[in-house]
Design a binder for this molecule. Structure first.
Ligand code: CO
Length: 459
């Protein structure tokens, strides 16, 4: 019996608790210890890290990755990728997706966890293919959700498709922390019986279920679990690495983690957490347990969005109504998993339906695009009446949306010109045009000043 650990403190825990505000300099000093601690992998890039580096931390995300790699030669570095959406929510053409994956691996990534918000496997195919071509590990990730159509059979089918595609591991990605222990047991067991790949479980402590869920998953044969060093665990983050290790060792599981190294890592991150708390950059609310998502059919993050939306419009008296309308809208749309951006889209539409006093009197631009097929294939059937109302006689797209897009890398390279100094820069520009351009200008300005300074010194 063996269980392996992926440490999330550098990416998901950092993202979930402090909106990805850890600068590279804050954790550089512990990377060598992390590299020798015996983790299966370190999740350290992708998701929101890229955006946050450019927008808030004044860091080149590619350079950050190279610097992490320079310290971590033994442990695999892992990133999260939204398939055809890369790090954002829009679809990119294949040339951009391939270049992004290739460069990520060239700059130090060993494992790419690839998912699609709708579980439309066509949207992960290209990224998986390019990952394999470049010799890295592709982990096919299933966006976990609950609905009448998301049964074990559906998940097994997805996992099989990912296995056929060449994925080397399958990740169950429970971004909302709504997976219970029995569901974890049943899902992992079904996957283990039907695919030959190692199974990874990613969940969040949001509703308080995570440690129980991980326990049952491992009992069912789950091979790798995502955890966060305890200083950055709990709440909307992952379950604590040290506690899970303690529990599994006690039960006779073999692990490669070194407790002394974990203690060092935690002692390193403790004061960082204290500092974020003190400066008000870590809100204690995200550290607490919120079981509302277990009672309502919507994840915790979405509930707070709904409250904010209704409060802004002075309509909190409609909260219960909106809460009842949300699962209905989701059903009409063919049960999309409630992850970004679908969670916001469904929430906004439900609010519009209630506030207008008539369902789908107004339909948001995003929902129209979804019904048109621009996000991918809906998991279930979209309500035919709603489809007719939105599309009229227009036919929805049945091909993969990226097939309708022109190649974009070369054009972007010309557009950004000499401000970009590498293909990596061009990719930053494609992913986050405004932030990347501002970053490049600032970088050029800084260098000009250094240059002036050096001339003065020669004088
Ligand atoms: Co997550």
């Amino acid at each position: 019996m063996k269980v392996q650990f992926t440490e999330t403190v550098l990416r998901d825990a950092n993202q979930s608790l402090i909106a990805t505000r850890l600068p590279f300099s804050s954790f550089e000093g512990i990377l060598d210890t992390m590299d020798s601690a015996g983790y299966y992998s370190l999740e350290c890039w992708g998701g929101a890290t890229f955006d946050s580096c450019l927008r808030y931390l004044d860091e080149d995300p590619w350079e950050r990755l190279r610097k992490i790699k320079a310290h971590c030669k033994n442990t695999k570095l892992q990133m999260l990728l939204r398939g055809q959406n890369l790090l954002g929510y829009k679809h990119y053409p294949d040339d951009v997706v391939r270049m992004f994956v290739k460069k990520s691996i060239e700059n130090g990534i060993d494992i790419i966890r690839i998912f699609d918000a709708l579980n439309d496997v066509r949207n992960i195919e290209v990224a998986v293919d390019e990952t394999l071509k470049n010799g890295a590990v592709a982990s096919g990730a299933i966006s976990y959700t609950k609905s009448p159509i998301h049964d074990l059979e559906a998940y097994v089918k997805l996992a099989r498709q990912m296995e056929e595609m060449g994925c080397q591991t399958i990740t169950i990605k429970d971004m909302a922390g709504i997976m219970g222990p029995q569901e974890a047991y049943d899902t992992v067991k079904a996957l283990k019986e039907n695919v030959k790949l190692p199974i990874v479980l990613h969940t969040h402590c949001t509703t308080g279920l995570a440690p129980l869920t991980l326990q049952k998953a491992v009992e069912a044969g789950c091979d790798i679990i995502d955890t966060a060093i305890s200083a950055f665990s709990g709440g909307t983050s992952q379950a604590p690495t040290e506690a899970m290790l303690y529990a599994f060792r006690q039960q006779g599981y073999e692990t490669e983690l070194d407790t002394a190294a974990l203690k060092k890592i935690n002692d390193f991150f403790k004061p960082i957490k204290e500092q974020f708390l003190k400066e008000g950059k870590l809100n204690p609310v995200v550290l607490s347990t919120d079981t509302d998502a277990l009672n309502y059919q919507v994840p915790g993050g979405m509930l707070s969005n709904l409250v904010a939306q209704l409060t802004a419009q002075n309509k909190m008296d409609k909260f219960e109504e909106v809460l009842l309308e949300t699962p209905r809208v989701r059903k009409d749309l063919g049960y999309p998993p409630l992850v970004t951006p679908m969670s916001q889209m469904v929430g906004v539409q439900a609010t519009m339906n209630v506030l207008a006093g008539e369902r789908y009197k107004n339909v948001s631009k995003e929902i129209k695009a979804y019904i048109r097929g621009e996000y991918g294939r809906a998991p279930g059937e979209i309500d035919p009446e709603l489809q007719k109302k939105v599309l009229g006689d227009e036919k929805p797209i049945t091909c993969r949306f990226a097939d309708t897009l022109e190649p974009a890398f070369k054009k972007a390279k010309e557009e950004i010109g000499s401000l970009a100094r590498s293909d990596e820069d061009v990719l930053s520009y494609i992913a986050f045009p405004t932030q990347a351009e501002a970053f490049f200008r600032k970088r050029a300005e800084k260098e000009k000043n250094t240059f002036k300074y050096s001339i003065k010194r020669i004088d």
